[in-house]
Design a protein around this ligand. Structure first.
Ligand SMILES: C[S@@+](CC[C@H](N)C(=O)[O-])C[C@H]1O[C@@H](n2cnc3c(N)ncnc32)[C@H](O)[C@@H]1O
Length: 327
């Protein structure tokens, strides 16, 4: 995964000055509250991001990671439909705009984004961070069964479903499917319950007539037996010194685990198969756990496979397999 794209760099630069002027104790308190909230029970009746220090903490603490996760999902959509470019984009529950930055990264320059959220301080900070970089409008909107979206080419719903009641989740995904002329991308944390919300969203999208573009190689039933495993991926997030200060620890990166589904109204070429675990490289062979149209399976690629062996050694969790030209 590319961690140093132009958007990632400018987002990092925009985030760097964010905590200037905020007392460190206030930031730490806001981060602690966020962590407690995200570990605790959701949904809530009112925005969790209540003020500037909450949103500054969210942006510093979570935005680089949700940006990379959204980018991973959007890149997989792009790979399944490289000729398609969205002209308009709606980022529902967009908060400080991580998914809009990711959209602008995948489709260089980006479509016109509209970011919808009920937390005014998040919208205000998102607007500030994106000033002069993204073509985006920021609008206060409450997600619920009454939400009506304007028609748009692409809808993203990134790290939002967890914050909603089950009824609101289903209604939101159905509304996203109705409003999207092109594609809907839903991203959640890469946890067992995040995967379950993605599988439920995937069903709603298919029932609405969309085709799964990624990560699945088909729009049929997921081969994972409920409760036994969960489909998720990993995005490497490089950490700035500011990020290290806020989150603690000393590693220059962290791995954000995420689950996602991308579905389209137009025909796509999904991956022939997808690497669904980190490949295991042994002496002279690579073990690839794959999800393919025929189900889950393991492929062993050895030196005897010639050029394919080199490709297998370079393969990453989440990649399409076999690589183009080898299927
Ligand atoms: C975890 S944040 C994700 C923000 C952003 N999409 C990202 O990927 O970084 C969840 C966002 O959903 C918004 N949200 C939660 N429930 C909402 C509701 N009922 N109506 C509008 N926005 C909501 C929150 O205010 C917050 O900005």
């Amino acid at each position: 995964m590319n961690v140093s794209s132009a958007s990632a760099e400018s987002l990092r630069a925009a985030l760097a000055g964010l905590l200037d002027g905020l007392p460190p104790s206030q930031t730490t308190k806001a981060v602690d509250r966020l962590i407690a909230h995200y570990r605790g029970t959701t949904p809530t009746d009112a925005p969790v991001l209540r003020d500037r220090s909450d949103v500054a903490a969210y942006a510093a603490y979570r935005m680089p990671a949700t940006f990379e996760a959204a980018r991973g999902a959007l890149e997989a959509l792009w790979a399944a439909a490289p000729e398609w470019t969205p002209g308009t984009h709606t980022d529902v529950g967009g908060g400080t705009g991580a998914a809009s930055w990711a959209v602008a990264d995948v489709w260089e320059g980006g479509p016109r984004s509209t970011v919808l959220d009920w937390a005014e301080p998040a919208l205000a900070l998102g607007r500030e961070l994106a000033d002069g970089v993204l073509d985006a409008a920021w609008r206060r909107e409450r997600i619920g069964t009454a939400l009506r979206l304007d028609e748009t080419d692409l809808v993203t719903v990134s790290y939002v479903l967890k914050e909603l009641t089950e009824g609101d989740r289903t209604a939101l995904v159905a509304e996203a499917a109705r409003a999207a002329r092109g594609a809907v991308v839903v991203v959640e944390p890469g946890t067992p319950d995040g995967y379950e919300r993605i599988i439920a969203a995937r069903s709603v999208l298919i029932d609405a007539g969309l085709t799964v573009a990624a990560p699945c190689p088909h729009s049929g039933a997921c081969p994972i037996e409920p409760g036994t495993d969960w489909c998720h991926f990993s995005a490497r997030v490089s950490r700035s010194s500011l990020h290290r200060k806020v989150k603690g620890g000393s590693l220059p990166y962290e791995d954000e685990k995420y689950a996602y589904v991308a579905a389209t109204r137009f025909p796509v070429r999904p991956a022939p198969g997808r690497v669904v675990r980190r490949p295991q490289i042994r002496k002279g062979l690579v073990l690839l756990d794959l999800c393919a149209p025929e189900g889950l399976g393991r492929e062993t690629v050895t030196k005897r496979h010639g050029p394919l062996y080199k490709r297998a050694r370079d393969a990453e969790w989440g990649d399409s397999w076999p690589p183009a030209g080898q299927d």
